[in-house]
Design a protein around this ligand. Sequence first.
Ligand code: PLP
Length: 416
Amino acid sequence: MTFSIFGDKFTRYAGITRLMDDLNDGLRTPGAIMLGGGNPAQIPEMDDYFSGLLAEMLAQGKLTDALCNYDGPQGKNTLLQALAEMLREQFGWQITAQNIALTNGSQSAFFYLFNLFAGRFADGSRRRVLFPLAPEYIGYADAGLDEDLFVSAKPNIELLPEGMFKYHVDFDHLTVGDDIGLICVSRPTNPTGNVLTDEEIRRLDAIARQRGVPLLIDNAYGVPFPGIIFTDVTPLWNPNIILGMSLSKLGLPGSRCGIVVANEETISALSNMNGIISLSPGSVGPALALEMIQRGDLLRLSETVIRPFYHQRVEQTLALIRRYLPEERCLIHKPEGAIFLWLWFRDLPISTEVLYQRLKQRGVLMVPGHYFFPGLEQEWAHTHQCMRMNYMPKPELIEQGVQILAEEVERAHRED
Ligand code: PLP
């Protein structure tokens, strides 16, 4: 078969595809220790809550209603109104339902947005998406219709006590040329658990406005829901900011519901794209979210169940890692949010791609770091020294995985 240029590009076995494959295979392989993917944890209290909510909605006919009808291309009106009201009350943002569109997962929203603001333009110019702080989310890497759509910048690394470190935007070397059409950050960041400081976000916002390009903030893990953020930071929105949100990390990845908050022109563009590409976003996730907002459960559960669960789990996992891997062997990015730990094996004699292969052979799945530098143009050894792990499985399993990781790290040092 001969595929088109589009076909050739989008049928590649991309990093994100390998990750989803690993996730899928691992979920079906008994005994595998899944520290790789970004599936949210099964939190018993949330599982019970969703089961109960679904049963009630079924009994009331609301679930059947959602399943048996298309929503409009912008998404379920009643949810758009309820969300706008909630965000107005929560943060004082001046928004209405016309500032929100739903998509089939936020992943597809990023695909729309990258290709809306970057690529080839009618005047013959080309623009790219800037990630001002790499490492950045693996799922962005292949989401451009054009080759070389992304460019990213190396961070400053601040070394912290107790074998921790934190990345910062290197504003001294950040260049935002005329070829940049969009600036994008995930906050909290997948893969590192970093949360860009308020000051960093304010500076990026100022640069974006000065250059006349939107600032896209991927808030898939942030506040007000699912609230997986352990530091005190202020969410920012203004008409030049596009905020991506999602129901996935709340525990509903199968609902494929992404939420975009932006100025009306951008929202209208996204609605039209939805119409052409998928007619309308799926209706079940939005129906659940609406019900959760009306019952006052969305923010309550984020604050009282989801955040404490992940916070406790990350503290426990940090302690576990330190039991097996001393600071000389492994530095850890300060976990400020999201559902991952980012490990830096500064002196490892093998690349983390080789380490990944060795771990996989022993039934432990993690993700090697080099996937998380989309658009980084220069070679940088650091990209081959890092590894991302999640802390979703039960602590006993995480411990087994960390123990095997420590053995393989020692083995690599012994072989050197
Ligand atoms: N953004 C980030 C930072 C993510 O980690 C993910 C998923 O892991 C997504 C976006 C996409 O999530 P979804 O399409 O399920 O909303």
